[in-house]
Design a protein around this ligand. Structure first.
Ligand code: BGC
Length: 293
């Protein structure tokens, strides 16, 4: 793929809005990350937060012109902040493209330390109307895509070995799961099944890879204001109904998840292995039981 030949543009000190940051002072300095589905929503926030913490970030996007343009804008914003990122087109359900993406991280930045398997979709339908295609697409992107991304990363982590000057772990895999890895979700059976699958994929890989010093965890967001759930917050009525489900009284911002992932990826979280970090403003606390039941 032509993208392999990508070269990080040299930063001219005179290009006003780019401020180089001191190396080694940040929690992910000299680390290299891939974030799948990073051209919008939570993925963009994760890529931005990892870059702000010092990582060089591959901003993965779907191989189509619209996603490519969105990813370019994300990369541009990260660079304007003085951080390091570049785009990579890959369909996370395509084995060869995912392998090429992991390889691109090594070619561009010299290593791979962090894989955030974030790409996800929804295709809601009542079960009697849910097409096989809608079932398969959601399982393919959310679960098979997570598997392929994790496997590609694990392969690089294992061949690369520990980089003790960079991190206490030989690699970190972080899945973007959901509160729906444990909260059932009517009309979204495919989505909830995919996220339940991600939960045990994460835990099984965490158990398997921990002895090899690879940390595997998930972040499990609740309702975060992104395009995927626009119907749930765009109208006043929908927003009020959604807020009833969130004890903390606000809809999450993508940054809430970005910062959680940057922490999970850092050595500050070195003893966190096989955990889903729930970032949901209390959505999973059964808020309807407050004063009832
Ligand atoms: C879904 C959102 C939903 C949230 C809480 C997420 O995993 O993608 O659409 O708002 O869970 O239900």
């Amino acid at each position: 793929m032509a993208d392999h030949a990508y070269r990080e543009p040299s930063r001219s000190p005179s290009s006003g809005d780019v401020r180089p940051k001191p190396e080694n002072s940040r929690s992910l300095s000299r680390q290299v990350a891939v974030v799948t589905g990073a051209s919008s929503g939570i993925g963009t926030a994760i890529a931005t937060a990892l870059a702000a913490a010092g990582a060089s970030v591959i901003v993965n996007h779907r191989p189509n012109p619209r996603s490519a343009a969105e990813a370019d804008a994300v990369v541009e914003a990260i660079r304007r902040a003085g951080d390091t990122a570049s785009p990579f087109p890959a369909d996370v359900t395509d084995e060869a493209q995912v392998e090429a993406m992991a390889e691109a991280a090594v070619e561009r930045y010299g290593a791979l330390d962090i894989m955030v398997a974030n790409a996800g979709i929804e295709q809601a339908a009542p079960i009697e109307e849910m097409s096989l295609a809608a079932w398969r697409q959601v399982i393919d992107v959310n679960l098979t895509g997570a598997f392929l991304s994790a496997r590609a990363a694990a392969r690089r982590f294992l061949s690369q070995g520990l980089r003790p000057d960079v991190s206490r772990a030989a690699g970190k895999i972080i899945f973007t799961s959901s509160v729906h890895e444990f909260i059932p979700w009517a009309f979204q059976a495919n989505y909830a099944a995919s996220k339940g699958g991600v939960m045990l994929l994460m835990k099984s890989l965490a158990q398997e890879l921990a002895p090899r010093r690879i940390r595997v965890n998930s972040v499990a967001p609740g309702a975060i204001r992104t395009p995927i759930n626009a119907d749930a917050w765009q109208s006043d009525e929908a927003r009020d109904a959604l807020l009833e489900l969130i004890p903390y009284g606000r809809i999450g911002a993508p940054d809430d998840v970005g910062r959680a992932v940057a922490w999970l990826a850092s050595d500050d979280a070195d003893y966190i292995v096989g955990t889903s970090l729930v970032a949901d403003g209390g959505m999973s606390l059964y808020p309807s039981f407050r004063g009832a039941g």
